[in-house]
Ligand binder design. Structure first.
Ligand SMILES: [Zn+2]
Length: 233
């Protein structure tokens, strides 16, 4: 992937996240490592919506969370990204958002369960970050989020939002949507008296492995990219 292609992926991811209602005014953000340079990443600028990312306003940051270049302002919560990139060499993209259902579920403090397809995508667990409800405005706070995330796909930041990671921007984007959907389904099941019996661990693992393949993320991302661009055209 070239740097131009990475910036275009960031723009596409932003349009998809906006189309899915993940924007929370302008407060969500998405980042992608610079291809061939794991010590820097491109990030959505502050003050703009997810669908308003352009090659000109994208912000280039280093792993200390400092802005190196780019037309936009950097988000104060850049440390969620820089500290996760520091802790997880396997991660190429980070998304932070405040999705309604995932935040509602985070307020329960209860574990997300594998009671739906999106829930099964997170069958390996979604840990909680409970250090603070404040904005993540320091390296220490960002390191706390990265610690809570551990080796998982996502972390629920209690009463605040989510941080979701991927080996590609496609994976991080689709997992962000699936996490909110999983939380929505679990909230409905809880409201109806709680989920009934689960399927056995082997069946859940097989479905998990099937729906979390890289190819699935690409297919879903490409569809949502076409759909979002049609709406914005
Ligand atoms: Zn936030």
């Amino acid at each position: 992937m070239t740097a131009d292609e990475a910036r275009q992926k960031l723009i596409d991811a932003g349009r998809i996240l906006d189309d899915a209602g993940q924007g929370d005014l302008t407060r969500g953000h998405v980042s992608i490592r610079v291809p061939g340079d794991p010590t820097h990443f491109y990030m959505k600028p502050h003050s703009f919506g997810f669908e308003e990312i352009t090659p000109e306003n994208i912000v280039l940051c280093n792993l200390d969370g400092e802005k190196i270049s780019g037309g936009g302002r950097k988000h104060s919560e850049v440390y969620i990204h820089s500290e996760i990139f520091k802790a997880r060499p396997d991660v190429m993209s980070v998304i932070h958002a405040h999705p309604t259902y995932a935040v509602a579920w985070s307020a329960t403090g209860k574990p997300l369960q594998p009671i739906s397809q999106p829930g099964i995508a997170f069958a390996d667990g979604v840990p909680y970050f409970t250090d603070t409800v404040d904005l993540i405005r320091s390296t220490e706070m960002g390191a706390g989020v990265a610690r809570a995330l551990g080796s998982h796909k996502a972390v629920l930041m209690r009463n605040h939002g989510v941080a979701v990671v991927g080996a590609t921007v496609e994976e991080a984007t689709i997992l962000t949507l699936m996490l909110d959907n999983a939380a929505q389904i679990q909230l409905l099941a809880a409201a109806a008296g709680g989920p009934g019996p689960l399927f056995d661990a082997g069946s859940i693992q097989r479905l998990h492995d099937n729906i979390t393949r890289a190819e699935q993320y690409t297919i879903n991302f490409e569809y949502l990219r076409r759909r979002a661009n049609r709406k914005l055209a």
